[in-house]
Design a protein around this ligand. Structure first.
Ligand code: SF4
Length: 112
């Protein structure tokens, strides 16, 4: 039997996002309202699945099938290298952040 999920609060998720950004030398989106929406989505996904599925994608509920889209996902770095930020626009490179530009749409890199 699987272990029950210990629910996360949105504040805990925000701390997680900050920790991931700091650890990797990334910046978070400067749009606070948008960050709040992403934190809400990540928290909902964590409390549903037990892991942080990308808030911009649909999880399968199977950790093995979802493992490439557990935040920060496998596509984060290649998207940052090409576009300066991840698919959701949550994690920005420091260089992109410095430009002051807003994240734009990124084509889905995940194989369908
Ligand atoms: S696209 Fe961004 S927010 Fe979504 S899982 Fe990847 S790193 Fe996380």
């Amino acid at each position: 039997m699987s272990k029950p999920i210990k629910p996360k609060t949105k504040d805990q998720t925000k701390k997680f996002m900050e920790m991931i950004a700091k650890h990797n030398g990334w910046k978070l989106s400067r749009d606070e309202e948008f960050l709040d929406i992403l934190a809400e989505g990540l928290t909902t996904n964590f409390n549903r699945y037990g892991y942080y599925v990308c808030p911009c994608r649909d999880g399968d509920g199977d950790k093995e099938l979802d493992k490439d889209i557990i935040c920060p996902c496998d596509y984060c770095k290649p998207d940052q290298e090409e576009f300066g930020h991840c698919y959701c626009g949550l994690y920005l490179t420091a260089e992109f952040f410095e430009t002051g530009k807003e994240p734009q749409g990124v084509p889905e890199r995940r194989p369908l």
